[in-house]
Design a protein around this ligand. Structure first.
Ligand SMILES: NC(=O)c1ccc[n+]([C@@H]2O[C@H](COP(=O)([O-])OP(=O)(O)OC[C@H]3O[C@@H](n4cnc5c(N)ncnc54)[C@H](O)[C@@H]3O)[C@@H](O)[C@H]2O)c1
Length: 456
């Protein structure tokens, strides 16, 4: 089916999402759009995995991202991939062959239409699933996985509406299964170094963070394959931050969000839209159905978040203009600051006047144990500089040893929420929009993030 056709699943879903997004606007700032639909059940904060020496994984969506993650999962000890699912059968078969080549029993393949994942989820030889499908599938797949007794791990953003954020929280609480957003950037070498420096108090009292997703995706968005088949459509219906979590997750961890603080409200504004129009003019033949599309998402979205403890975060989004890649990743405290791209530090009293120093002086002392013990293998595997492997290594460790996950469903909901909330604010002249408290009051409990030191 032609993805530009209004009847194609991707296009249709985004038209619906856009309508839902606008429908929610009348309730801006009001409780109606923000509260969970169902009565509160028992929290899954701190809920530990049932320890399992061997882990069995089902993969749903083995395209660009999921297909690439196969090698990372295969590098984890005592982890078996028992089933793979993709509507694109050649992709599923490619993943199956990769697993077999690694010496595992060939996983079962599910490629019989867009709901065949339900059959994968009915299997009784799967402990957890990894969902790497287009955004509109994340929530239905994660919810069904939890209902079928599996822990759900889901790509970013976990959800694109507030209703769906609550759906993940409600389902995790009811089913007592975890829903973990696979925010790999939280495991970056620099991000974990900064986290350790924060814990050591080097920056003093934390005040302000800067983060974002600044990545020129224009060519990818217009391709007739992979993300080009679905990721351009949100730009035709939604105006706000479409991809908030890569930069925000690490900053939330520095600040202890959901572990003593929480996102309170945001204000947001979008620049004019130009990038996709300009790319189309320069690269897309005039008879292409892509010329029927009207892009409404402002190129550069700037969102300011205030936390309950008063800290501020500047969150950016730009995927449609020429620029070097950056997640910004900056942190300001009463005793100095860190800035990334390139990584540098300025602390009160450091020699050399008002100049940044590199991070080298801090690396040996503050390198995170995950990187100390597993960094070599992670770097060898590649995958976003090694953070992809460290994320799955650590997840498997939590599952095998019966720890709680680093990123829980409340983080998935809170870090994804700036997507829909920024749209509401943009549509209302940058009005403040409150975040729901997905933790139902438990954000006040001070807990660490990735505190249990990983073993070598
Ligand atoms: N964390 C990261 O660094 C990172 C990087 C890239 C993409 N992503 C995320 O990964 C997800 C997938 O992105 P991608 O780049 O792999 O896109 P993609 O289009 O390359 O792959 C998606 C795959 O899902 C399959 N699919 C679609 N509907 C399905 C269904 N109903 N059942 C089974 N399979 C279905 C498609 O056939 C395709 O193979 C997105 O959420 C994206 O945001 C994350």
């Amino acid at each position: 089916m032609n993805p530009q056709d209004d009847r194609s699943p991707s296009r249709r879903d985004w038209l619906r999402a856009g309508a839902a997004s606008l429908a929610g606007l009348s309730a801006i700032g009001g409780a109606a759009a923000q509260e969970p639909s169902s009565a509160a059940t028992s929290s899954v904060i701190g809920m530990k995995f049932e320890p399992k020496p061997k882990l069995r994984l089902g993969m749903i969506g083995v395209g660009g991202r999921g297909g690439g993650m196969v090698q990372n999962y295969l590098a984890v000890e005592n982890l078996q991939i028992t089933a793979v699912c993709d509507t694109d059968k050649p992709k599923a078969l490619k993943a199956q062959a990769a697993v077999e080549r690694a010496g595992q029993h060939p996983p079962a393949v599910y490629s019989n239409g867009e709901r065949d994942f339900e059959n994968l989820l009915r299997r009784d030889d799967i402990d957890f699933v990894y969902i790497a499908t287009p955004w509109q599938w994340h929530v239905p797949m994660a919810v069904e996985a939890m209902k079928q007794g599996k822990h759900a791990t889901v790509e970013v953003p976990a959800a694109t509406t507030i209703e769906d954020c609550w759906s993940l929280v409600d389902t995790a609480e009811k089913t007592r299964r975890h829903c973990i957003m696979m925010e790999n950037c939280c495991y970056g070498e620099t991000e974990l170094l900064v986290l350790n420096m924060v814990r050591a108090g080097l920056f003093g009292t934390l005040l302000h963070g800067e983060c974002g997703y600044l990545h020129d995706l224009r060519e990818i968005l217009f391709e007739d394959r992979s993300e080009g088949l679905w990721r351009r459509f949100p730009h035709t219906t939604l105006n706000g931050n479409l991809y908030p979590t890569h930069g925000l997750g690490p900053v939330a961890n520095y600040m202890g969000v959901n572990r003593g603080d929480r996102f309170d409200y945001l204000v947001s504004m979008s620049s004019p839209q130009r990038g996709l129009d300009q790319w189309r003019e320069q690269h897309v033949p005039k008879d292409s159905p892509k010329w029927k599309e009207k892009y409404i998402c402002g190129d550069i979205n700037t969102t300011l978040i205030k936390t309950a403890n008063g800290l501020t975060i500047d969150l950016g989004h730009d995927v449609v203009n020429p620029r070097p890649y950056s997640r910004v990743n900056a942190l300001h405290g009463s005793n100095g600051l860190f800035r990334d791209y390139p990584p540098r530090v300025y602390l009160e009293g450091q020699p050399g006047g008002e100049k940044y120093s590199g991070i080298e002086p801090y690396q040996e002392k503050y390198e995170h144990p995950l990187w100390k013990h597993q960094g070599e293998l992670a770097r060898k595997l590649g995958g976003h500089g090694g953070m992809d492997f460290l994320m799955v290594y650590r997840l498997a460790q939590c599952m095998r040893e019966g720890l709680e996950p680093d990123i829980d469903v409340y983080d998935a909901a809170a870090w994804s929420a700036p997507g829909p909330l920024s749209r509401q604010s943009v549509a209302h002249g940058s009005a403040p929009v409150p975040f729901p408290d997905f933790t139902r009051g438990r954000w006040r409990e001070k807990r660490g993030w990735l505190v249990e030191t990983p073993r070598a």
